[in-house]
Design a protein around this ligand. Sequence first.
Ligand code: SAM
Ligand code: SF4
Length: 361
Amino acid sequence: MKAVYIHIPFCTNICSYCDFCKVYYDEQLVDRYLTWLAKEIDLNYKNELIETIYIGGGTPTSLTIDQLKELFIIINKFNLTNNIEFTIECNPENTTIEKLTMFKNNRVNRLSIGVQTFNEKYLRLLNRNHNNKQVIELINDARDLGFNNINVDLIYGIPNQTFDELKEDIDQLLSLNVPHISTYSFILEEHTKLYIDKYENIDPELEYRMYEYIRNTFKKRQYVHYEISNFAKENYESKHNLNYWHNNHYYGFGLGAHGYIDNIRYENTRSINKYCNGQFLYKMDVLSLEDKMEYETILGLRKIKGVNKKTFKQKYKKDIYDVFDIVPLIDRHDIIDDNEYIYIPIEKLYISNDILINFIK
Ligand SMILES: C[S@@+](CC[C@H](N)C(=O)[O-])C[C@H]1O[C@@H](n2cnc3c(N)ncnc32)[C@H](O)[C@@H]1O
Ligand code: SF4
C-alpha cells in the first residue's frame, strides 16, 4: 500500500509569509501543467493499491470546474482502496458548493482548510484573501454535503500578535468544532514580503506561552495531541501525514513535490518551465541503511508517541540504542524511554529541533 501526494502550485493571491512552491494562477498554464502532471504519473506509477491521497498546494481550489474535472480524470488512474483517505486543501475564498460537490462525487472525504487567523488585522498583514464569514460558510456547506473529516490550519506567533489576540483566535477556532487542527508557529521565511519589509518574530517566550496555551486548551476540549503541530479528535488523525512520520513510502507528483519510493527519496523541480517540459526531477538520494534509520527516528520523534523500539528492530535488525547515542539524552530528560517507545517529553516538544539534531550523523 502506498500514499500519493499531488501538488497544485497555483494561487490567485500570494500571501506575505509564504515560501511554498507556488506561482500565480494562469488559465493556460494550469491546462499545460495538468497535461504534464498526467505524464509524470503515467511514467512513474506502478499501479499499487493507494491508501491515502492528498492534493495540496498552492491552492488546488483556484482551479476552474473544468480543470478540476481534468484533475479527477488523472486521479482516476490510481488504484484506490475502498476505505481511502482522500484529502484536498481548500482556500475559503474560492471553494464553491459546486467544487465541494465535485469533490464529494470523486471520493474526496477529508478537507483541509487554510484559515491561519480570524483576526482581520492579521488577515490583512498576511495578505489573505478571505474573511471569517467565508470560513464559516465553507464549513457549513461542507458539512451539509456530508464532509465531517475537516482540518483547519492556524498560524500563531504572527509578528506583533499578542497573547490575548491568540486566545481570541483559539476561541473562534474551537467554536467551529472541527475534528482536526494543525497549528503552525509563524516562520519568517526569507524572500517573503514580511521578511523584506523587516517584520520581526515575536519574543520566543511569548511564543512558548502561546504553544503551551494551545496544547492545554485543546487537551481540555478532547483533542489528542499526536504530532508536534497536530491535534485530532479520536480516530481523526491524518492517516496520510502519519504515513510520512512512520517513514513509509509515498509518491510525490507535481511541481516541487517530494517522494520516497523503495530506497530513493526524491524531489521534483520547482521550475514550472522545466516541469512543463518533462524535466520533472530535481534530485534524488539513494538511501543507505544508516540514512533510513535516521529518517525513521527523526520523523518518528515528531509523533507524541515517539518511536516504537520493537518496530525499529524488526525493520532494521538493529537495536536503536546501538545506532544512536541515546543515554545522554535520557540523562538530560530530552528523551524518555517507557520500555516500548522512546519519545520527546511533551514539555520539550517546543525545542524538538535542538533534540532531533542529535540523531543526525
Ligand atoms: C502548503 S501551505 C498551503 C495551504 C493553502 N494554500 C492555504 O493557503 O491555506 C500549508 C500550511 O502551511 C502553513 N504555513 C505556510 N507558510 C507558513 C509560515 N511562514 N509560517 C508558519 N506556517 C506556515 C499554513 O498554515 C498553511 O495553511
Ligand atoms: S499560503 Fe497558500 S494561498 Fe497563500 S501563497 Fe502560500 S500556497 Fe498560496
